[in-house]
Design a protein around this ligand. Structure first.
Ligand code: NAI
Length: 246
C-alpha cells in the first residue's frame, strides 16, 4: 500500500488518465476526491468505486472557476482534515492552426489548462504549508515540450506548466512539499480519439516503443510521484511518452 491513509484530489478524474489514476490511488490505500466538471460521469464512477469498498468522493468543480475551487478545497479539508496529494490532471483541447485560432479557443484552453492549475495549487498549497507536507503533480504534455501543429493554445499552457512546476518546487520545498510534472505522450483517451487516424498512426511510428500510451501508463507515473518513493525528487518533469522524441 504505497498511499495508505493519504488524501488525494485528482482533477479531471471522471474520465481518461484521471480515472485510471483514481483506480491506482485507491488500490494503493488512498482516499480520492474525483474533482471533475462532468457530474454524471463523476457520480457514476464514485458509485462504482464505493461499491468496491473504496473511500472515494465525487466533487463537481470547474477548475477554471477560482471560487468553486476554493470551496472544494475547504470542503475536502473539512471532511478529511488534510490534503496530502494534488494531481492537476484536468485538461481540454481546442485545436486550430495559428491563423484560424479564435481568441475564444485560446482563452478556453488557457483558463482550464493553465489558470485552473494555478487556482487549484494555490488553494491546496495553503493547506499543505500548514501541514508541512504535500505532493503536487502537474500534467504537462509532449506538446508543451516540443510544440505540436494546431496547438498554439495547448502548447502554451503545457509549457507554462513546466515553468510553474519548477517555481513552486523552489518556493515550497522548504515547507515539505514536492512539486513535479508528468509530460505524457499521446495516450488513448477521449482527448486523442478526436485526432485524425493518420496523425495517430504517424505519432505511433515516431514513438520508440511503437505504441500509443494507455491511461494506466500515465497513472503509474502519477502514483510514483505521489508516493514516498519520490521523496527526494522535486521540480522534475517526467516524460512518459514511449520515447516519442529524444
Ligand atoms: P480526457 O478528455 O479523457 O479527460 C479530461 C477530464 O477533465 C474529463 O473528465 C473532463 O470532464 C475534465 N475536465 C475538463 N475540463 C474541466 C474543468 N474545467 N474542470 C474540471 N474538470 C474538467 O483527457 P485525458 O487524455 O485523460 O487528459 C488528462 C490530462 O493529460 C490533461 O491535462 C491532458 O492535457 C493531458 N495529456 C493528455 C494526453 C493524451 O494524449 N491523452 C497527452 C498529453 C497530456
Amino acid at each position: 500500500m504505497r498511499l495508505q491513509g493519504k488524501v488525494a484530489i485528482i482533477t479531471g478524474s471522471a474520465n481518461g488518465i484521471g480515472r485510471a489514476a483514481t483506480k491506482r490511488f485507491l488500490e494503493e490505500g488512498a482516499k480520492v476526491v474525483i474533482a471533475d466538471i462532468q457530474k454524471e460521469a463523476g457520480k457514476e464512477l464514485e458509485k462504482q468505486f464505493k461499491d468496491q469498498g473504496y473511500e472515494v468522493l465525487f466533487y463537481q468543480v470547474n477548475v477554471a472557476n477560482k471560487e468553486e475551487v476554493e470551496k472544494m478545497v475547504e470542503k475536502v479539508k473539512e471532511i478529511y482534515g488534510k490534503i496530502d496529494i494534488l494531481v492537476n490532471n484536468a485538461g481540454i483541447t481546442r485545436d486550430a492552426m495559428l491563423v484560424k485560432m479564435t481568441e475564444e479557443q485560446f482563452d478556453e484552453v488557457i483558463n482550464v489548462n493553465l489558470k485552473g492549475v494555478f487556482y487549484c495549487t494555490q488553494a491546496v498549497a495553503k493547506v499543505m504549508v500548514e501541514q508541512g507536507y504535500g505532493k503536487i503533480i502537474n500534467t504537462s504534455s509532449v506538446s508543451g515540450v516540443y510544440g505540436n501543429i494546431g496547438q498554439t493554445n495547448y502548447a502554451a499552457a503545457k509549457a507554462a506548466i513546466i515553468g510553474m512546476t519548477k517555481t513552486w518546487a523552489k518556493e515550497l520545498g522548504k515547507k515539505g512539499i514536492n512539486v513535479n510534472a508528468v509530460a505524457p505522450g499521446f495516450t488513448k483517451t477521449a482527448m486523442v480519439e478526436k485526432m485524425p487516424e493518420k496523425i495517430l498512426n504517424y505519432m505511433e511510428s515516431i514513438t520508440s516503443l511503437k505504441r500509443i500510451g494507455q491511461p494506466e501508463d500515465i497513472a503509474n507515473a502519477y502514483l510514483f510521484l505521489a508516493s514516498d518513493e519520490s521523496n527526494y525528487i522535486t521540480g522534475h518533469v517526467l516524460h512518459v511518452d514511449g520515447g516519442i522524441m529524444m
